[in-house]
Design a binder for this molecule. Structure first.
Ligand code: HEM
Length: 125
């Protein structure tokens, strides 16, 4: 099994990850009802984001935490939802990739998810 090496690897990863999210009814409603994502527009943004984080390419300029605070304002993003999100993310990584970048991307996802949850908790008070 190879490590994550380029943007087409990241595309494969986010595509498989979103297949998992969207087929799990305990979280899919956020992507289909709360925010109606257009998957063909959404996936390239995710690739740019992860490419910046993992491959150091740059190019992602949105405020990721604010985007999730806005979603949270419509529908509470509970710790349980973050657990489900991380589970599908880690599973998708482990199904396709092994190596340093594969470990890095899972650690970064956990770190970012932790920061988001702190911001969400702060936002409530
Ligand atoms: C409960 C957990 C999460 C849920 C339900 C969730 C849901 C969503 C939704 C609905 C969008 C689309 C927003 C829009 O287009 O207006 C989105 C965007 C995004 N999410 Fe999440 N998210 C979660 C956690 C995370 C985490 C932990 C990360 C990163 C580690 C992440 C990375 C992204 C990225 C990169 C985008 C694209 C933002 C952009 O358009 O610039 N998400 N998320």
């Amino acid at each position: 099994m190879n490590d994550i090496q380029n943007q087409s690897d990241l595309y494969l990863l986010v595509d498989e990850f979103y297949k998992k999210l969207l087929s799990d009814s305990s979280i899919s409603y956020i992507f289909t009802d709360v925010v109606k994502i257009k998957i063909e527009e959404h996936l390239p943004i995710l690739v740019t984001f992860w490419s910046q984080v993992i491959l150091g390419t740059g190019g992602y300029t949105n405020n990721l935490t604010q985007i999730h605070l806005d979603i949270n304002a419509k529908e509470y993003l509970s710790p349980e939802l973050f657990k489900i999100w991380l589970h599908h993310f880690n599973t998708a990584v482990d199904e396709y990739f092994r190596g340093e970048k594969a470990e890095q991307i899972k650690t970064q996802a956990l770190n970012i998810a932790t920061i988001m949850q702190i911001k969400i908790a702060q936002n409530k008070v």
